[in-house]
Design a protein. Sequence first.
Length: 89
Amino acid sequence: MKTIISISEARKQLPGIIKKLRESPDTVYQVTVHDEVVAEIKTSPRVKPGEAAKQLLALRKRTAKKGKAKKYPVSENIKTHLYAAEDQS
């Protein structure tokens, strides 16, 4: 459920907004400035413990080569795996 709220109201009601997000994590607050949506307040994505490490290990296995192999810069290419949960919302 999306709720549109002005920035001044968001400032005043922030503790209440946070409490409502805990109760109803599917709620999204769209914050407006001069009737233009500029931000959203929503709960963070839930990731199972150990999921990021599991994805890193799977990526390492896929990119490892036998024998002399050029090192694959995992740290430079891992954002898609670490932040995959954000795309699922």
